[in-house]
Design a protein around this ligand. Structure first.
Ligand SMILES: [Fe+2]
Ligand SMILES: [Fe+2]
Length: 345
């Protein structure tokens, strides 16, 4: 059931904004002085502190380098972009259309709306990247219709959202859990062969502006993952009976499917032709991510001995720690002014 925008039936109390993160009674008023979920406000502050703008990333050098990429590198770059374009396009609407309607905590609704804005910003960054390389422009934007492998990945992701999205809005609480898991798969697994692919090019000194753009995007995605992990944990705390063995098994199955899909996508975009990003490494990397995402919501990882990132350089490429990022020579600017850490959540 879609929540009401406001309601006189739920008087405000000293206990916070709502009686529950789902199916809660809330008057709908955003009163940041009377919160039920303090972490949401902390996360909101962090999202604001992370504000950045795609047009401020310098891609001049990328435009020149793109023309000199090896065919396998160019293919990788194009396919990564076309897949990211699809995912952020649907994500912009999914969070506000399919999730926000049944979250009954105004401060969490705020974060979801901000998330949606950031997904749109990511779409803009892909447009800036495609425009700056100004080759293959239409091809990249049309690839989602023509590339069969890309099509099947996108359709799988889209179908899961379609399958559970309406059911969640109609009041099916189990479907709400699966929508959260689908979000974690998308933001925490399906983006990552692409992110790593761009960082691999950057490791070879290529497309550094693009890598910088991806770092900004990835930093946003980390807050989105945290947002949905916290929503999941609150639902679990407030509705423990929903989390039956069957539901937990279904969650694990969803993550396993995500692993398979992303592993195969990683193989496809690299074709064993990208130095430092071989098939065994891709497989281990996606297994590691899958375990991490499960642990973040309190479920044991499904893969044994996959608790270390096999791409040992990945963290340093995605990190904003200045000591670790001096190999980025472009216009590297850390807009983050806040000192908020996830420990505060
Ligand atoms: Fe995004
Ligand atoms: Fe996201």
């Amino acid at each position: 059931m879609k929540k009401k925008l406001y309601s006189y039936d739920c008087p405000s109390t000293k206990r916070g904004s709502t009686s529950g993160i789902i199916n809660g009674c809330s008057d709908g008023i955003i009163n940041l002085n009377n919160l039920s979920y303090k972490w949401a406000y902390n996360l909101w502050e962090m999202m604001l502190a992370n504000t950045w703008f795609p047009k401020e990333v310098d891609l001049t050098e990328d435009a020149r380098q793109y023309r000199k990429l090896l065919p396998a590198e160019k293919r990788l770059y194009d396919k990564v972009l076309s897949q990211l374009i699809f995912m952020d396009s649907i994500q912009t609407n999914n969070s506000v259309d399919n999730v926000n309607p049944w979250i009954t905590a105004p401060e969490v609704n705020m974060c979801i709306v901000r998330q949606s804005f950031e997904e749109a910003l990511h779409s803009q960054s892909y447009a800036v990247m495609v425009d700056s390389i100004s080759m293959n422009t239409d091809e990249i934007y049309e690839m989602w219709r023509r590339d069969e492998k890309l099509k099947s990945k996108n359709e799988f992701i889209g179908n899961v959202y379609e399958k559970y999205g309406q059911r969640a809005i109609d009041g099916d609480d189990e479907a709400k859990i699966y929508m959260i898991i689908a979000n974690q798969c998308l933001e925490g697994i399906y983006f990552y062969s692409g992110f790593a692919g761009i960082y691999v090019l950057a490791r070879a000194g290529k497309m550094l502006g693009s890598a910088q753009m991806i770092r900004f995007i990835q930093r946003d995605e980390v807050t989105h993952l945290q947002l949905f992990a916290n929503i999941y944990k609150e639902i679990k705390k407030e509705n423990p009976s929903l989390f039956t063995n069957t539901v937990i098994q279904n969650i694990k199955d969803m993550f396993y499917q995500a692993y398979e899909l992303e592993r195969d996508w990683g193989y496809y975009i690299t074709q064993e032709q990208i130095l430092g990003f071989s098939n065994p490494l891709i497989d281990k990397f996606i297994k590691y991510l899958t375990n991490q995402r499960l642990k973040a919501i309190g479920i044991e990882g499904i893969f044994d001995d996959e608790d270390k990132n096999p791409l040992t350089w990945f963290e340093s490429f995605s990190s904003f720690n200045e000591h670790k990022t001096n190999f980025f020579e472009g216009n590297v600017t850390n807009y983050s002014k806040g000192g908020i850490s996830f420990d505060d959540l």
